[in-house]
Design a protein around this ligand. Sequence first.
Ligand code: FAD
Ligand code: GLY
Length: 384
Amino acid sequence: MNFISDSFSDVLIVGGGIIGLSLARKLHKKGVKKITILERGKLGQEASFAAAGMLAPQAETEKPDDFFHFCDESNKLYPNFAKELLDETGVDIELDKSGTLYLAFSERDVAEIRKRYEWQRDAGLQVEHLTAQEARKIEPFISPDVCEALFFPNDWQVENRKLLTALQKYAEINRIGIVESAEVKNLLIENGKTLSAETASQKFPAEKVILATGAWTSLIKSSENVPSLPNVRPIRGQMLSFHTAKRLLSKVIYSPRGYLVPRFDGRILAGATVEDVGFNKSVTQSGIDFLLENALEIAPSLVNLQLSEKWAGLRPFASDGLPILGTFPEIENLFTATAHYRNGILLAPLTAEILADKIAENFDSKYLEVFSPLRFAAARAICK
Ligand code: FAD
Ligand code: GLY
């Protein structure tokens, strides 16, 4: 679908995944008029579509640092985000607040979950330490080999594909420009200002440009050197899903090796591999074997279920594993929101909020400093 409101944009967003779409919505809500999203393929078909939709600050962070707080604050925005999207678009993004179980199967796993329990309890977070019986009472289909478990009542999930549908619908209803099959190859920058983003056949001039280009961010060239342009690379995640007639599990279930995510429609998603194999989205037999092994460790009765889908996506990864958000000192009107790695669904609402605050109101969240692209420039200077 191609819809361009005008050739000149107030804000041009390169990349139509969860980050670009959430940002477009937030900018529109703040009154920015001419917003255009350029997408090299179709909107919302890459990492954001491949994801499991877990909103898991407590299962997926390791200590109560800035990154944890960023995840936690974004998670807290979800109930309102879901409600607003339902009102705005009629799409229910299936925010499921049933919580997450984290299982231990060995002494090593027990040590891992006890450590997790301690830092979370010390940080004042809601976390329950369960015996195997207590865990199996909550979730009868988990393995009899479970030793003990944690329960995170505030780690939730969302149907990320419906979230993408809702955000796309928001863009269409509100006449946000959308240009698909438009791969930006180059940024035309003169005297420290981005003038336009260029595809092979077209120039898209804009007042402000945002790179929300996920795993592909480092492929974009620029006519003037931007020393702090981030280095982002793809990390493949393979997933599969089982089909069940009705929902067998009530919660997201984690182990140190994998996870199961039960959806309202009966599917159970099993994830995920973490592979550094370049821009390769193939599903492999070894990947499927790994996923099945981890899924059956959690819930052996899944062995009787039919596989319904297998897929892979490319997570955007920066060398320190953290998001890259904000501005470039050399270029006054260029912004980025990328490298959300394993948590881009979780982090979309807060990322959109802080970038929109910066772009529309020049307000600086502390997270723009914490996750600035400049941190790499500083590291590169030390290495020289
Ligand atoms: P993408 O969705 O990849 O979107 C980037 C878009 O930019 C793409 O559509 C791409 O085509 C476009 N683009 C790139 N370059 C250009 C260009 N030059 N010109 C025009 N368009 C361009 N996160 C969670 O929070 N919870 C989870 O449970 C979870 N599970 C995951 C499971 C798997 C298997 C994977 C792969 C990821 C998972 N993630 C999860 C991570 C999450 O999916 C990502 O962090 C998030 O989707 C990143 O969003 P994005 O918009 O930056 O990237
Ligand atoms: N956050 C889940 C994953 O990246 O696999």
